[in-house]
Design a protein around this ligand. Structure first.
Ligand SMILES: Cc1cc2nc3c(=O)[nH]c(=O)nc-3n(C[C@H](O)[C@H](O)[C@H](O)COP(=O)(O)OP(=O)(O)OC[C@H]3O[C@@H](n4cnc5c(N)ncnc54)[C@H](O)[C@@H]3O)c2cc1C
Length: 308
């Protein structure tokens, strides 16, 4: 059994479901659930339910800079002699794990869709999702981030203790957080959302995204855009899904008026269920989706919202 750390992310006092998925990826190992800050005891039961043997609260003056947070994590890796550390390849994980890899001088495999901790192997999507590669890592500490939502959380109850690790870090870090802004009030983060609804060029105008926003609220979804919609000025680039936008891997992806170009698929191909709405029955997206609705998005989406 490898001593495996999992970086836990907490939102609104609850452990994010994406972190529970990473816990499931580490099942069978001795799991150290690493919580940044004092909330370890508060989330102990939730983490024990998903296999944590130890919940570690990492305390100290670490939140002011991602540099300091990464140093604190490196300290915890050494303190508990972890063989591996896993996290989510979201905004926080991407930033912290890259810094951590430099501090520990270890390789990092990021944005993986599967992992085998005992073999130190991880599976990654390559060439815009056309192939998958299994990478074997030669490392003392196996550092790996997993694409959000690729692994469904599965309970594995475990007896668990709570530890506190006082990080020995001194500021200021090289990066200082000046301000944190929410991209869109209330909605989930696009890269981590369990459901994503995307509007393509067919949306025709920026204000028409309100139709998708309304449907998204019913579904707890994030709203995305194709590059054609972004290039036309209907949506900001932060909403773009695809090769030159964000990679998403939700449980449900609803593409509205998106033709299904390979560059768009590169960013959502690993979604569990893909639904397409397009008025052209020959649109390429229909050959790549699980469910297709031939129809006008301006009829279908309001009807769906009403039904929901
Ligand atoms: C290097 C490179 C990188 C790229 N990166 C990305 C990327 O990151 N993301 C990305 O999305 N694209 C990317 N592209 C662009 C990509 O090739 C496509 O041009 C783009 O995805 C098309 O967007 P779209 O499907 O919204 O528009 P279109 O291809 O114009 O398709 C619109 C679809 O809407 C349907 N439609 C129209 N009106 C309605 C209606 N009322 N109801 C229902 N259906 C309707 C049409 O039948 C059509 O299928 C990239 C291209 C290159 C070369």
């Amino acid at each position: 059994m490898a001593k495996t750390g999992v970086l836990i992310e907490i939102e609104n006092t609850k452990v994010k479901e994406t972190s529970l998925g990473v816990m499931t990826a580490a099942a069978g190992q001795e799991i150290y659930a690493l919580v940044l800050g004092k909330d370890g005891p508060a989330v102990k039961d939730a983490l024990a339910e998903y296999g944590a043997a130890h919940v570690v609260s990492i305390i100290g003056d670490i939140g002011a800079s991602p540099d300091l947070t990464a140093q604190a994590l490196a300290g915890a890796v050494k303190e508990y002699q972890l063989d591996a550390l896993l996290g989510t390849a979201g905004a926080t994980g991407r930033d912290l794990f890259a810094r951590l890899a430099v501090i520990l001088d270890e390789p990092l495999v990021s944005d993986c869709v599967a992992v085998n901790i005992s073999d130190k192997t991880a599976k990654k999507s390559h060439f815009s999702g056309k192939t998958f590669a299994t990478l074997k890592v030669d490392a003392s500490v196996f550092l790996c981030t997993l694409r959000p939502n690729t692994i469904d959380p599965s309970p594995a109850p475990c007896s668990c203790d709570v530890l506190e690790f006082a990080a020995d870090v001194t500021g200021p870090g090289r990066v200082r957080i000046v301000e944190t802004r929410q991209a869109k009030e209330g909605g989930p983060d696009l890269t981590e959302a369990p459901v994503v609804i995307t509007g393509g060029r067919a949306i025709k105008a920026a204000e028409n995204y309100s139709m998708l926003d309304e449907c998204a609220r019913k579904l707890g979804a994030a709203v995305g855009a194709s590059r054609a919609a972004v290039d036309a000025g209907f949506a900001p680039h932060t909403m773009q899904v695809g090769q030159t936008g964000k990679t998403v891997s939700p449980k449900l992806y609803i593409a509205c008026g998106v033709s299904g170009a390979v560059q768009h698929f590169a960013g959502m191909k690993t979604s569990k269920v893909i639904v397409a709405v397009n008025e052209d029955k020959d649109a390429p997206i229909f050959s790549k989706c699980d469910y297709g609705i031939v129809g006008d998005i301006f009829d279908v989406i309001p009807a769906l919202t009403e039904k929901l």
